[in-house]
Ligand binder design. Structure first.
Ligand SMILES: C[S@@+](CC[C@H](N)C(=O)[O-])C[C@H]1O[C@@H](n2cnc3c(N)ncnc32)[C@H](O)[C@@H]1O
Length: 370
């Protein structure tokens, strides 16, 4: 089981574009939400839909501490202060160290959380934290490798402010011998299970079951990413090609002014936000709470055997009628999952799914018929 892997600060930014889940929450207006926590950046933006309650679950206490810190910074800081503290563009993680330290010292965190970040901040000399997760650190290997192969000429891709110009440029470049190496290089590093296993997952990487080889998978994902939006508006492409975020217009949704301010306002209504260290499978069997919206991240890709067959059935006991469940599958689509009681409404949200900025997931959206 992946529990051995999920016991550290693995995610500090967001390797899923939560814009999709935010859009769904703004549409369905759930009063109660259950979400996998991850960096916190994957569930706190859902506050924009003004829920009464959110429970965020994670196996790793480090992820829950990060969510506690994020939540408090949304509450206490204004938008500019939030960007500065975390190191989002136009600021850098390597700037404003003293200001960051002063902000941190003024935050009222739980004692364990404070201790955890005092240690982390002193180990990184008060850098902003968005690249401190193991996944984000692993990502920085890719750009270094790519730069070696193609010499950094891809910076031009991020200069376009118009989709047609970007398309024309990439079309021309795709016939260029050097540029043909790009998807292959990305695949060799980023799309290689052995690489991830060695660097990050220590043998607990998902067992791929989607058809096609890794090269086709990443090639198609990159095609969608470049065709469906400007590279400079995509934080994931920036991380992948530059090892950092550079353009504020590409910031993840938590660092976009409209969403940030809506979340800040929602916090004024004192919603109940519980950060719980538990396994979603165990939690769904024992909780007395019921939910209107569940965001499962790609956690079900790690399920095996009875868990992948029954997890949606186990969740039924904690769902309100018409509840929405969002599942992301990364490389592995859970096999034989029983869908009794659910309607698959994925196609109704095809447009929002196409705009998702990471495009490495098969996304499924279910409505509980109740
Ligand atoms: C599944 S990871 C995201 C993985 C990532 N998208 C990827 O490509 O591998 C998101 C978070 O889920 C947590 N997690 C994993 N399995 C879990 C489980 N069964 N119950 C609760 N949290 C879990 C992890 O600790 C992590 O912080």
């Amino acid at each position: 089981m992946a529990e051995k892997y999920f016991n550290a600060l693995n995610y500090s930014l967001a390797n899923e574009d939560t814009r999709l889940e935010v859009e769904l929450c703004l549409f369905y207006k759930p009063a109660s939400i259950l979400s996998i926590c991850g960096s916190g950046g994957r569930f706190l933006p859902l506050l924009a839909s003004n829920p009464k309650k959110i429970i965020a679950l994670d196996l790793a206490p480090q992820q829950l501490y990060l969510a506690e810190l994020r939540q408090l910074t949304i509450k206490i800081l204004d938008f500019e202060g939030f960007l500065l503290f975390w190191g989002y563009p136009p600021y850098k993680t390597t700037e404003n160290r003293t200001k960051r330290q002063n902000i941190f010292n003024g935050l009222r965190l739980s004692p364990d959380c404070r201790q955890y970040f005092e240690d982390l901040f002193s180990s990184c000399n008060w850098e902003g934290l968005i690249y401190q997760g193991k996944w984000e650190k692993t990502m920085t290997v890719v750009p270094k490798y790519l730069r070696k192969v193609i010499g950094g000429t891809y910076d031009k891709m991020f200069s376009f402010k118009n989709q047609d110009e970007q398309n024309r440029y990439l079309q021309a470049k795709m016939n260029d011998r050097i540029w043909k190496i790009v998807p292959k290089s990305v695949m060799m590093v980023f799309g290689n299970a052995a690489f991830f296993n060695a660097m990050l997952y220590r043998g607990h990487f998902v067992k791929k079951n989607i058809p096609g080889d890794y090269y086709e998978f990443y090639r198609d994902a990159f095609k969608r990413l470049f065709a469906n939006g400007l590279a400079r508006e995509n934080y994931f492409l920036q991380l992948l090609f530059f090892s950092e975020l550079r353009y504020p217009e590409g910031n993840p949704i938590e660092a976009i002014a409209g969403n940030f301010n809506a979340c800040k306002k929602a916090l004024e209504n004192n919603p109940e936000i519980d950060l719980v260290q538990d396994n979603i499978l165990a939690f769904s069997k024992k909780t007395k709470e019921t939910f209107d919206f569940i965001s499962l991240s790609d956690v079900p890709s790690y399920f095996e055997g009875p868990s992948e067959t029954n997890y949606l059935q186990d969740l039924r006991r904690c769902l309100n009628p018409n509840a929405i469940i969002v599942v992301r599958a990364y490389l592995r689509i859970p096999v034989g999952t029983l869908l009794d009681g659910y309607e698959d409404i994925t196609d109704q949200h095809a447009e929002a799914i196409a705009k998702e900025k990471v495009q490495m997931y098969r996304i499924f959206i279910y409505r509980y018929k109740g």
